[in-house]
Design a protein. Structure first.
Length: 371
């Protein structure tokens, strides 16, 4: 029994030492608490498939008392927010393509006449198939409100129907939305990991000091370490693209050169961030932790699962410094919609600005932390 107690005491001493080593290190204390708080808050606010607000456009070709009442039911639901009242069908494209609305409600010209005559009166809901989950929810919300209005109007007679039309993904196949989004997601993970480990690995192996005494400047070292992760990230995106096209038969509608420009600009904006993390990390373990802390918010705040406009207002401001938000939107538009380079230029500009910030920041970290 004494031997067992002695053995347990030795183990307890080791456990106590490890706890003290972890708690006494300021960086370890931050890693233990801050990520858990940040990730929980982000998942709680962002990772939700519920739509609290649906921005929509209304095309009322009936201009009748009945169509106005239906529009009033939508506007008064507390969920739908009308951002535009259209005059013709040609105006719908700009609002859906730019992501300004989640759907367009179209009330035909003979809507009131059919209701008065006791005939079935269809209402069209045109949704954006680039996000199949949101598209289905918008249709269901409109159908529920229309059914409520129909019940008040006809006391049980099902005259008012809702027809769904989905742009860019008429069959609402989920992989059409998800697979194109994997191009920036998979390549981001690879680029951040490889660029983050580039310096930390050499520090642990003891070769970085030898590199620093060479005639190379810190900027030249930075450039040399930035190119390989960038190329590998593009190759990762190419693998995802080939699998999506030839295995899952999700064809690219847009121009491949435009898609390459989008991915190159996006990955260039991420390399600087990964190298800055690497310059600030003493070992590969710290790189892995920092990457975990950074990657989860980047992916959650990108609009990959839920639209950015449905996030809390405070978090929407943070998405403007998130390159993946603009990359996913641009890739989806080029891949599924066939958008041109000029059409996605509003997404490219923020990524260029982020690149102009992250790369000099990484160079500054190299000069001050490693020089």
């Amino acid at each position: 029994m004494d031997n067992i107690l002695f053995y347990l005491r030795r183990i307890l001493f080791i456990i106590r030492k490890e706890f003290l080593a972890t708690v006494n290190d300021p960086k370890s204390r931050v890693i233990l608490v801050v990520p858990a708080i940040i990730e929980t808050l982000l998942f709680g606010y962002v990772a939700s498939f519920n739509l609290d607000r649906v921005d929509y456009a209304l095309l009322d070709m009936s201009h009748s008392h009945y169509s106005e009442e239906l529009a009033a039911h939508l506007d008064g639901s507390g969920i739908f927010r009308r951002v535009a009242t259209l005059g013709n069908t040609g105006q719908m494209a700009q609002f859906i393509e730019n992501g300004e609305v989640s759907g367009v409600v179209v009330i035909p010209a003979d809507f009131a006449d059919k209701l008065v005559q006791g005939q079935t009166a269809p209402v069209q809901v045109i949704t954006d198939g680039r996000n199949t989950v949101i598209s289905s929810l918008v249709y269901n919300y409109v159908a529920t409100i229309a059914a409520s209005y129909n019940q008040d109007l006809h006391l049980g007679k099902h005259l008012l129907t809702v027809d769904s039309i989905t742009w860019y993904n008429p069959n609402q196949i989920t992989r059409w939305n998800f697979l194109p989004s994997l191009l920036p997601v998979i390549s981001l993970i690879q680029v951040m990991l490889l660029s983050g480990l580039s310096v930390a690995r050499e520090r642990e192996q003891g070769t970085f000091d030898q590199l620093m005494v060479t005639p190379l400047t810190s900027t030249e070292i930075l450039a040399g370490k930035a190119v390989p992760p960038l190329v590998i990230g593009l190759l990762q995106a190419l693998i995802v693209l080939l699998l999506a096209v030839f295995w899952f038969h999700v064809k690219v509608i847009g121009n491949l050169i435009t898609l390459f420009i989008v991915m190159f600009t996006f990955l260039l904006s991420c390399v600087g961030l990964g190298l800055a993390i690497s310059a600030n990390s003493k070992n590969m373990q710290q790189v892995m932790v920092y990457n975990f802390v950074v990657l989860v918010p980047i992916i959650l705040l990108s609009g990959l699962a839920t639209p950015v406009r449905n996030m809390p207002q405070a978090l929407q401001y943070f998405t403007y410094i998130n390159p993946m938000r603009f990359a996913i939107d641009a890739v989806r538009r080029v891949y599924i919609e066939g958008a041109s380079l000029a059409a996605v230029s509003p997404d490219l500009l923020p990524m260029v600005v982020i690149t102009l910030v992250t790369m000099p920041f990484a160079a500054w970290m190299f000069r001050n932390k490693l020089g």
